[in-house]
Design a protein around this ligand. Structure first.
Ligand code: ZN
Length: 381
């Protein structure tokens, strides 16, 4: 297939390339063959990647206990709809960071076989958490290093792609506090060691600064949220030494900024967040795009609307925030050799727009065509 006469951004370069995008079967190639589609006047970028979603969660439900009330087949049907809504929004890859029933792994396999339209998924299964800890209702509770290894082994048996650990508490679980760590340092180290020895990367949920420290020291792959919560409140325990450790261990930060963050208008709070991101960037911390889709009011197709908001908080240029949602995100989640750039040999995942996203990120919400693994879907209607 040849998509001709368009301008495209390859996911890496600083500027646009004029020319054709060629695909054979599922891959980008140097020279295309077969049909051609004239895309004069259109723009393309690599398919977007969301580094943090929960396919099993319904964003319209606030109480996590109500999430599993529908019967299994209904849940699966809803998850397929969410997956399709993501694809139609231009999200061609996503990392699922937790559920209790492994249903998202079933959807992952359906999508991979071509039976269900949706983004390529990599899935963590049940996050390792403390007893009664953050998202304990998903079944990954452990009260010792030994039990953490048992939970990890269970994820391995179910065929997960990575390991997720709830290093600190979170908001959606009553009785769990975001600022406090849920595990001893030694347990986090053991989880990362064991996961890495099995070729899994580790995503670490961390709101509190002490948990970010534990994750940084243990050398997790990504820190989710990274909220710098301490006694003084949200974002107020920023720690330069921990930042240095994150940078030294090449830990990516996945801030889960969704489009709803637009509502944060209180100037002092916004300035504090901006300054935290500025300092992280200055220290060389690499950021990736993520939304935590599935939590209340964050829909699975949110990423295109979230990216301009993320760029605003983190002080990123359009090209930088687009890298965080394409090539950088792919590299962070272990898919750098699979997707994230318009390059021969990579999966033919790209999105077509009427205007140049490098000039106006708002166009990301209006894709014209989404090509995923070489298959084009017209989404202009
Ligand atoms: Zn999450």
């Amino acid at each position: 297939m040849r998509y001709t006469n368009l301008k495209y951004w390859d996911g890496i370069s600083d500027s646009l390339i004029e020319g054709d995008i060629c695909t054979v079967d599922e891959l980008f190639v140097e020279e295309g063959r077969g049909d051609s589609v004239d895309l004069s006047g259109f723009y393309a970028i690599p398919g977007l990647i969301d580094a943090h979603i929960h396919l099993c969660l319904n964003p319209e439900i606030k109480d996590p206990n109500e999430q599993t009330l529908p019967v299994r087949d209904q849940l699966l049907a809803e998850m397929r709809q969410r997956a399709e809504s993501m694809l139609r929004a231009g999200i061609t890859t996503a990392r699922d960071l937790g559920g209790g029933e492994y249903l998202e792994l079933q959807i992952r396999d359906e999508i991979a076989r071509g039976d269900t339209p949706g983004p390529r998924l990599i899935c963590a299964g049940q996050p390792i958490t403390s007893v009664g800890g953050h998202c304990h209702f998903w079944g990954g509770e452990a009260d010792s290093t030994e039990q953490a290894m048992t939970v990890l082994e269970r994820q391995n048996e179910h065929g997960v792609d990575l390991i997720k650990v709830m290093v600190t508490g979170g908001n959606i679980t009553p009785g769990s506090t975001p600022k406090d760590s849920q595990f001893e340092d030694e347990t986090i180290h053991a989880i990362v060691r064991e996961a890495n020895s099995r070729d899994y990367h580790v995503a670490a949920h961390c709101h509190g600064t002490d948990g970010i420290r534990q994750a940084a020291e243990a050398g997790v792959t990504t820190v989710e949220h990274c909220s710098w919560v301490g006694e003084a409140g949200w974002g107020r325990q920023f720690d330069e030494a921990v930042v240095a450790k994150l940078a030294a261990n090449n830990v990516w930060v996945s801030p889960t900024i969704n489009s709803g963050w637009k509502r944060f208008k209180q100037q002092a709070f916004v300035e504090m967040l901006d300054s935290n991101y500025e300092k992280m960037k200055a220290a060389g911390i690499r950021l990736i795009a993520s939304t935590d889709a599935g939590i209340p009011n964050v829909f699975h197709h949110d990423l295109p609307a979230a990216l301009p908001v993320f760029a605003g908080f983190a002080g990123l240029l359009p090209v930088e925030v687009l890298r965080s949602a394409t090539s950088d995100c792919a590299a962070a989640i272990g898919l750098g050799q699979v997707t994230g750039a318009i390059r021969p040999g990579l999966s033919a995942d790209f999105v077509v727009y009427e205007a140049n996203p490098l000039e106006d990120l708002a166009v990301l919400e209006r894709p014209i065509m989404v090509v995923s693994r070489g298959v084009a879907t017209d989404v202009s209607g």
